[in-house]
Design a binder for this molecule. Sequence first.
Ligand SMILES: Nc1nc2c(c(=O)[nH]1)N[C@H]1C(S)=C(S)[C@@H](COP(=O)(O)O)O[C@H]1N2
Ligand SMILES: [Mo]
Length: 177
Amino acid sequence: MRHCGRISRRGLIGGIFVLVLAVAGASASSGAELPAPSGDPILTVGGAISNTNDGDEAAFDREMLLALPRHSLDTHTSVTDGVQHFEGFLMRDLLARVGAQGETVTAHALNDYVIDIPMSDFERFDVLVAMTMNGRRLTARDKGPLWIVYPRDRAAELQDIRYDYRWVWQLDSLLVR
Ligand SMILES: Nc1nc2c(c(=O)[nH]1)N[C@H]1C(S)=C(S)[C@@H](COP(=O)(O)O)O[C@H]1N2
Ligand SMILES: [Mo]
């Protein structure tokens, strides 16, 4: 009896521990609680997302984007000579942050360029949203402030015009569908 009591107490404590871990894990991965931006929003995500901070959209200022896991990528591009060094965040991490569930992401740019990108691209490839190139902040004059950059040098498949269309520069919003 005593033994059983001890086991169940340990079991109970273990159960609570597992529950706490599960709750912590769930909130970390869904990234619940998206704070409102304090600076000018430079990227808006709408559509099929579960974490919002501005009506049914998620708005990000530069600081919030810098707080996403940092990634860098060295690659040729179709519009520059030689290899460029890009830094930013992964599209996959951004989409996880807003709890995106969909098949397609429609990317829109400041110059009203629009293109549909299959969601699967972001699972298959480490697609970067670049904020700097060769250590310099991208500006609206020069493909910025955000530029979708594919790891073109890592997969022959990506060295194709179909993917060049998806390298959206001056990115300002995403719509998940
Ligand atoms: N913002 C924006 N991104 C864009 C485009 C555009 O017109 N505006 N053109 C796309 C196309 S059609 C290609 S081939 C590549 C390279 O475009 P560029 O050679 O005009 O720079 O960028 C893509 N990204
Ligand atoms: Mo193009």
